[in-house]
Design a protein around this ligand. Structure first.
Ligand code: ATP
Length: 529
């Protein structure tokens, strides 16, 4: 007899998987879970508003929910698009259910976040999630209490109801009660809200904390990033499974129509060209094609070099105006500027990198070797795992800051935003971006471009200071010269005042410094004399 133990085989549901491995989604301990819960709810609230062209009004309330135990009730209210009542149970009670599995930039992408918070609530306090929601066109407001059946990965609706709308309200209010650690989480949560507000100057965000603090970020501009549009996949990003799924889920009678209907940049002429290169008859029934045919078609698509690059209408960069307004609202800097790079692509996914700089004014002093770095991906602030992020690596290794007249520590904030239909996150917790060469290159270019503008400003400022110093130096002599000349030429109709005026006029014309400034210096010298 061998001493081997018997292996026990079993399949588990996605809900059970994430319940067991909650750490990979950011729910490692009560402090982290409280932060992650706030984050998931706020990100859903913002996706439901700005991604649909609605100026966001977001209210975040964190309250103690038990006098003894560390239970917290987190409530987030938005004025977004709301959720149809028949969708609510799955949206909050089925892991990997989402409206964001399409090619369109949103903060959410996995269909996991809020369900992780529901699971964590179930595990630690046993309380269900509560949802109140209505869409603009509805006459009623809907209310739900939901938990997740972990074994089946299905929602269990404990309570539901609805009432007539008394006022014109649309949006969603979500409440969850979880075990948390406010003492440990508070700094991160406040920082998260602050950094979110930095890139959403078009939003009203208010937060109530368990310490009875109220923080309000008031809307300062009405301009919003252009909402992202859903796009079809680009042929460079296709693989065998994807093509099979497209064929099976569609009704197109010919392979030619499959290509034309389902991909970007593929019209009839291109589709025919691709099919003839792959040796496939355009009128073939796509469901009768063999795997070899499909593989040949994919390889032809991948090596075809006449497609337009992937459309960038699915991505929604913040834009220069929003970045500048956001940085100004937070830091009241002496100098602010931003750049939005042109769209670029990696592995068939379009992406855009943006960078903003705030310098001087009320900007705090940075660390000894780099600026204060604000990292963002798809408008989400990234707070953890800074060390393993490609943005950090570029800032430290690829940018020679002395070339831009910056010596650390400096009053310098650098904001970098990577947005894409697929940000290459390193984990489902969305805290750091992987080192993809194309993305790295664009990050470097964006930072260099905005840093050059800072250098321009600093150079001009330095020049002005130098000129001013020179003028002070020169102006000091004017009263003395005038006095000496007066001694020599007095009686010849010499007027000291006229000479001073003339000299001031000459210096002003040569340096561009206003006469009143020079007169101030002279007055200073006369008083001192
Ligand atoms: N406040 C809200 N307003 C409108 N829809 C919402 C709101 N909150 C959640 N939803 C809907 O519920 C779905 C599931 O949300 P969930 O947080 O689980 O995942 P996600 O946001 O799609 O992706 P991720 O896991 O990356 O956050 C969303 O895709 C959205 O359709």
């Amino acid at each position: 007899m061998s001493g081997e133990t018997v292996e026990k085989y079993k399949a588990i549901s996605p809900a059970e998987f994430f319940y067991k491995y909650k750490e990979i989604a950011g729910f490692a301990n009560p402090a982290r879970a409280l932060y992650q819960t706030v984050r998931e709810l706020v990100e859903n609230a913002l996706d439901a508003t700005d991604s649909h062209g609605i100026l966001p009004d977001i209210k975040v309330v964190i309250q103690r929910a038990d006098p003894v135990q560390e239970f917290y009730r987190v409530t987030v209210e938005d004025n977004g698009i709301g959720i149809p009542p028949d969708i609510v149970p799955n949206a909050f009670g089925r892991v990997l259910f989402s409206s964001k599995y399409v090619l369109r930039q949103t903060r959410g992408m996995y269909g996991l976040g809020v369900k992780m918070a529901v699971l964590y609530g179930q595990m630690t306090t046993g309380r269900p999630i509560e949802v109140i929601t209505s869409k603009r066109e509805y006459r009623r407001i809907y209310f739900f209490k939901i938990r997740i059946d972990i074994n089946k990965n299905e929602p269990v609706v404990l309570e539901r109801g609805s009432w007539r709308k008394q006022r014109d309200w649309h949006g969603t209010i979500v409440s969850l009660t979880i075990e948390g650690d406010w003492g440990k989480a508070k700094a991160r949560i406040k920082e998260y809200i602050n950094r979110t507000a930095t890139v959403t100057p078009y939003a009203n965000i208010v937060m109530y904390t368990p310490d009875n603090e109220v923080t309000l970020y008031k809307r300062v501009i009405e301009t919003m990033p252009r909402p992202p549009k859903e796009v079809k996949p680009h042929p460079y990003g296709v693989d065998l499974e994807m093509l099979k799924m497209i064929i099976e889920s569609g009704k197109e009678p010919t392979i030619l129509e499959v290509l034309v209907e389902n991909f970007q940049s593929v019209g009839e002429v291109t589709a025919k060209d691709l099919l003839s290169k792959a040796g496939i008859d355009p009128s073939s029934n796509p469901r009768n094609l063999k795997e070899d045919d499909l593989l040949r078609l994919i390889n032809t698509m991948k090596s075809y070099n006449q497609f337009k690059p992937p459309s960038s209408s699915a991505i929604s960069p913040l834009g220069v105006e929003v970045i500048k307004a956001g940085l100004t609202r937070m830091f009241e800097p002496e100098f602010v500027d931003a750049v939005t790079r042109k769209p670029s692509t990696y592995e068939g996914h379009p992406f855009i990198v943006e960078a903003g700089i705030a310098y001087g004014g009320k900007v705090p002093l940075s660390e000894a070797d780099k600026p204060i770095l604000l990292r963002y991906a798809n408008k989400i602030p990234l707070l953890y795992d800074e060390g393993s992020d490609v943005i950090t690596s570029v800032v430290k290794e690829d940018i020679a800051w002395d070339n831009y007249m910056v010596a650390f520590p400096a009053q310098l904030v650098l904001l970098v935003h990577v947005c894409s239909t697929k940000v290459p996150f390193k984990g489902v917790g969305k805290e750091s971006i992987a080192d993809v060469p194309e993305v790295r290159r664009e990050i470097k270019l964006a930072i260099s471009e905005v840093a050059r503008r800072l250098r321009g400003y600093l150079t001009a400022k330095q020049k002005e200071l130098e000129t001013q110093r020179k003028v002070v130096h020169l102006a000091k002599y004017i009263p003395e010269i005038a006095r000496s000349l007066e001694v020599i030429f007095s009686g010849d109709g010499f007027d000291k005042g006229t000479l001073v005026k003339k000299l001031v006029g000459i210096i002003s014309a040569k340096t561009g410094i206003p006469e009143n400034k020079i007169n101030e210096v002279i007055r200073g010298v006369e008083i001192g004399a």
